[in-house]
Design a protein around this ligand. Sequence first.
Ligand code: GLY
Ligand code: MN
Length: 472
Amino acid sequence: MKPTDEALAERRARVAKRWELTDEVVLLRAGEPASWSGTDQHFAFLPHPDVAYLTAVGSPGTTLAFDAAAGEWELFGPRFSPERLVWEQPPTPVGRPLDELGDWLAERGDRSVIELGAGAEMPETLPAAAAKAESDTPATDGDDQPSSAPDDSTPEQVDASPATMVVRLGAAIALERITKDPAELDDIRCAAAASASGFDWVYANAAAGMTEREIQVGMEAQFFAAGAPRVAYDSIVASGSHGAYLHYVYAGDDPLRPATRTVEAGDLLLIDAGAQFGGYASDVTRTMVVGADPTDEQEFLWKLVLSAQQQTIDMCRPGIVWREVHLASARILGAGLVEMGVLRGDPAELVTQGAVALFFPHGLGHLLGLSVHDITSVPYSRTPSDDPVLSRLGPERVLAADMVTTVEPGVYFIDALLCDPARREKFADSVVWDRVDELRGFGGIRIEDDVLVTDAEPEVLTAAIAKPIRIG
Ligand code: GLY
Ligand code: MN
């Protein structure tokens, strides 16, 4: 659902309040598409998400301007010349013609101009400027604002150099984008519904003897038939041992002559795919055995991953630090791997040592919105953890109502990790390497849903997508 003019005005007002500017001029640019060499065309374009959030339009060149002295916003959109209109259809006209931006700026004299969105030049050093943004007074008086994870550090003195202003103002927009308003949730629900069409097609049609590529194309066709303009990210359709590459994508091997694998009876098929709608992502993973009953090991690990997912979805409630949800999932998976004879020791210690991360080497989830990995993985004012267990954790935030996060535990047997002599030595006591060797080539199992945090029960936005353990 396109936000109403009132909803857009509300988003802009909240951002302006966070910015606390008095005299500056801010330009938010959607960006320009990349040329496709040897054609008269461009690669598919998506606007910078901050511009999409504040304008709900997506044409290249779209620029939203803010005059802090007047407290006024002005939208500029591209218009095509007659020559260009011979070849391309016109973008939907929005705001004032982009050609007038120069005059608009000239009228504002030599006031400081801050470029954001695709025009922003990010400085190397983030924390000081962003600490200011994160500690700013919330844009509303209510206590419904997301808060950052507990932080004992004292924000450093904030400077107002152009580079740090870019970070501070960008962080302020991010703080607004973290929680989703009704129009945003509506688009995420539409994206999820289109994804459901695709997964339903897979459940009804995928079978041993089909290639990964056939399954991908058939699924994505349903996304598009259901109204999605595009996928939210390259679909991951990985059968057998390919499931152990977390982001296995078609043509990852060779963009010119991609290979595809034929799914065999008894293979695990891991599909991580999502439709996009209105610029908003869905992000869903299902793993199933194709054309045969699951083996004991497939069934044990599938149920383990599902259990970890169910238990941690239930933890997605306001006030919890995401790190705790991640660590809970890792302990559940660790306990299962001990029960299976792959790990030995206390699950909590195995998590701390990094032994569980050999089999679960990614974060439990990430925020979802205009980007599939939405906003930032850690609050701007905090440096990412260098702990091997937590470094890929994802949002190190306190969950709040109206955030949307994925919950996607997984277990994988990844040769690059498990055949590394240094890791074999380091984890000689905690990993049962003979058992691991029996399971090499197993692939991976991941189960992922998109979860809306509410003041009541967590709402699984992708709940309509079934979780069969076997298809075909
Ligand atoms: N859907 C891919 C990812 O979350 O990284
Ligand atoms: Mn994901």
